[in-house]
Ligand binder design. Sequence first.
Ligand SMILES: [Zn+2]
Ligand SMILES: [Zn+2]
Ligand SMILES: [Zn+2]
Length: 412
Amino acid sequence: MAAAGAEAPRAWCVPCLVSLDTLQELCRKEKLTCKSIGITKRNLNNYEVEYLCDYKVVKDVEYYLVKWKGWPESTNTWEPLSNLRCPQLLQQFSSDKNSFLSRVKKGKAVTPKNSRKSLPPAVAEYIVKKAKQRIALQRWQDYLNRRKNHKGMIFVENTVDLEGPPLDFYYINEYRPAPGITINNEATFGCSCTDCFMGKCCPVEAGVVLAYNKNQQIKIKPGTPIYECNSRCRCGPDCPNRIVQKGTQYSLCIFRTSNGCGWGVKTLVKIKRMSFVMEYVGEVITSEEAEKRGQLYDNQGITYLFDLDYESDEFTVDAARYGNVSHFVNHSCDPNLQVFSVFIENLDTRLPRIALFSTRTIKAGEELTFDYQMKGMVFKNNFIGIGFSMTMKASQTNVEGKRNRAGGGHTK
Ligand SMILES: [Zn+2]
Ligand SMILES: [Zn+2]
Ligand SMILES: [Zn+2]
């Protein structure tokens, strides 16, 4: 990873080696507020419950051990229930306690715990871990939404285990070219249609048909490239040939799967069939570099390497460390997303953008998946790629027909 490792750290991401507790203490001493570490004007002067850590009954009075927002754990105090005005946190505490107990007990009957004078240490420990996880995931969710530049919101949810946010993942909205690689984002051609549905529009100039119908659904076959209107075109933002460039419109949720597949992505709203869902972005590296990284990565890392083999084999997208929501989309042999390559500002056929479209109607709450190996993509030396000569299993399309329509330039 020499090339990547040698990169100088950016000024805005200098790591802070001081613990959160110490930072909070310093802030409090100096009477400074800092929202991102939880010190607000409100809790600088008043006490605010961050979460509840433990429970006991003394002389028939119920007490909860309180972690105060913006204060270190060493200042936690036991408070009688009558002092607490945090019904949601009490509810959370009790549901975490019950979920732990039901997991431990499995089949055994759970005896009511109300009569107990205190919680077993393992239960309290779990409750605190869960509370800390919730705060960390909320912070990560805030970060993702601050970074994203599209309409759809990003939610994060883990009701399955104690896994927190990934430690080495940075959200990006577009390709991040590695040093030495330039992506020319100034289109050299634009259309001058009055109606991009009718005119001699950008796709026609490129030798393909317009990719979308009037309902913003994709109508071309996988393997055919999408040419969208760009900044040189005379049409406005409402042009029907501007879809991928508007970004993800749907609210999506990165969630912990219960079947051992780690993180996954589900949609929180219904997605119409053949609709644009998200782009696949990452670092753009040379395929040579990808070869090197592929050897260093474990199996999981390798699946983030996506060959841009539309026309040449020069570049690969690596979404392992830098990516968007697509980083978390799982593989399925029966996927509901398929891959298309897209040209907008950049018309360099060595560097297509990758867009994921729905193959069918996707219900709210359904997990999104794409096939790392099929559906217009191929496995090649363990890498995934667009593989334009590949055919979709389900659609039984004629491979030669697609080649012709894509305008040649295929290596296979
Ligand atoms: Zn046009
Ligand atoms: Zn247009
Ligand atoms: Zn155009």
